[in-house]
Design a protein around this ligand. Structure first.
Ligand code: ATP
Length: 483
């Protein structure tokens, strides 16, 4: 039973864009994507981080009749989107492991009532697999109130992509049971193979599908690799000096006047530091605080209230919450427009993860820095950890494939870090198979000064000989990644 759809021409998306979402105009291609969704097509949307993909399912959800179910992999991401929608006065809710029972019951009652007030409901893929929720979905569908299914971070469907989540595969249920309900899938990071896998797994008809695939380019991001080695340093001191320099620049009288006029705190430089370990998030945040820089940890082991407080404080630029030191639990989709830097404290786990996390920076279009600390020792540790995982005996062929792909993706990221002779924007664009050239106006360490980059690499990295001795004599410490 198809969902009722607002009559063509009866909705004014420009008005809703301004009135509800408080945006002046659509960004290139947003209008086309939204129109395709409102016309009832299945839509695949792949575009750079910060393109504005969420609007492409949120705006149709607001103007169309019925409810949109949004499937999202991370609680932090849901929370972030829900906060913005609530601020815009949109009726939205989530059901997840932290939702209190009475709130959950009220949401379920609304869903089944025949005319849900909610415009969007955010859920995890695991929740969609539950029988009782599927029963409720059938009821909404029978009542012709199931407007659309939106799958955010759709690359999680594919074992060929990063962040594969087996539960995303179960989303094939939607087209099997509700073939007439349109779907929209969004991602920033899919190679052609991942894209084909998403379409195939979800049971979308490639001939009918409206597909929009844009470049991954983010010209305002300044990419750089900072070299380090176990042998010589704790890179905290150089990082702190760099950060303090940014603060000093803000104290320039003209800059201070400008910041005050804009209502910004002089002492606020919003940033994210990603680490692979929970304990680092806490230790590093503490160390920064003791050096007078407001920083908070974020990882899956914190209590829900601690996570909420740290996230909200950071989003609202509260004093003491300038930097979030996070594991990848704080990754995909987080949207805060004035993040001036994203630093990876160690080599990330995959190329896609690196691009995603770096993409939290500069979402207002202003120049922002994305730096990754790279050492050959971390490279060897990551490779050893991956080899151990693949020997661990997977429960399925899909998980085995996902591990092989992760190893390949990590290899490409190592090549990216070791490269000193090519533009970083070009390397990223090539990895994702973009058409055309990625613009870089001195926005990477290679294009700024390739000779200096080569010298820094030479001076900063341990030699391959030293690393191989460490490997052969078993001198590296290995710690499980935790997020
Ligand atoms: N037409 C528009 N005009 C101005 N700002 C917009 C417009 N569309 C979206 N934005 C803003 O752009 C920012 C990024 O949007 P969004 O979070 O949807 O990006 P995304 O494409 O999902 O990125 P990612 O893949 O990195 O999560 C948001 O702050 C959003 O409000």
């Amino acid at each position: 039973m198809p969902g009722r759809r607002a009559a063509p021409g009866s909705v004014n998306i420009d008005f809703t864009l301004r009135r509800v979402f408080r945006k002046e105009s659509f960004r290139p291609l947003q209008r086309e994507v939204i129109s395709a969704a409102l016309d009832g097509h299945d839509v695949y949307l792949q575009a750079a981080t910060s393109f504005g993909k969420s609007l492409c399912f949120q705006l149709p959800a607001v103007v169309d009749t019925g409810i949109t179910i949004v499937i999202s992999p991370l609680l932090a991401l849901m929370k972030n989107q829900i906060t913005s929608l609530e601020a815009a006065g949109v009726r939205v809710a989530t059901i997840n492991s932290n939702t209190p029972t009475d709130e959950r019951r009220a949401i379920m009652d609304d869903l089944k009532c025949g005319h849900p007030l909610l415009r969007l409901l955010y859920v995890t893929p695991e929740f969609c697999a539950m029988d009782h929720f599927r029963r409720v979905l059938r009821i909404i569908h029978t009542q012709r109130e199931l407007a659309r299914i939106a799958i955010d971070e759709a690359h999680c469907i594919s074992e060929w992509g990063h962040d594969f989540r087996p539960s995303f595969k179960e989303l094939s249920f939607f087209k099997r049971e509700f073939p007439d309900v349109p779907m929209i899938c969004c991602t920033a990071t899919a190679t052609p193979r991942v894209r084909a896998d998403i379409v195939n797994t979800l049971g979308l008809d490639p001939k009918q599908l409206k597909s929009f695939t844009m470049s991954t380019s983010r010209p305002n991001l300044h990419y750089e690799v900072r070299f380090k080695s176990d042998e010589y340093d704790d890179h905290y001191d150089t990082f702190l000096a760099w950060l303090q320099n940014i603060y000093r620049r803000r104290k320039d009288p003209d800059r201070m006047a400008y910041l005050q006029a804009a209502g910004e705190r002089i002492t606020n430089v919003s940033g994210i530091i990603y680490t692979l370990y929970r304990r680092d998030t806490e230790a590093l945040a503490e160390r920064l605080c003791s050096d007078g820089i407001g920083a908070k940890p974020y990882h899956a082991g914190l209590s829900p209230s601690q996570k909420d407080d740290n996230l909200n404080g950071w989003v609202t630029n509260r004093p003491g919450y300038d930097i979030i030191v996070a594991t990848t639990a704080f990754g995909m989709g987080i949207d805060k427009n004035d993040v001036r830097f994203v630093v990876h404290w160690q080599l990330p786990k995959s190329f896609e993860g690196y691009y995603q996390e770096a993409g939290r920076a500069g979402r207002d279009g202003k120049a922002s820095i994305c730096a990754v600390y790279y050492s050959r020792e971390d490279r060897d540790r990551a490779a050893a950890m991956m080899a151990r995982d693949s020997r661990g005996g997977q429960t399925s062929e899909a998980l085995g494939q996902a591990l092989r792909n992760r190893a390949e993706s990590l290899k490409k990221l190592v090549e990216y870090c070791e490269e000193t002779k090519k533009c970083r924007h070009e390397l990223i664009s090539k990895y994702f198979g973009d058409d055309g050239k990625a613009p870089c106006d001195w926005a990477c360490d290679h294009c700024k000064d390739k000779d200096a980059l080569g010298r820094r690499k030479e001076a900063g990295l341990a030699s391959e000989e030293w690393c191989s001795t460490q490997r052969d004599t078993g001198r590296y410490d290995y710690d499980e990644y935790d997020c």
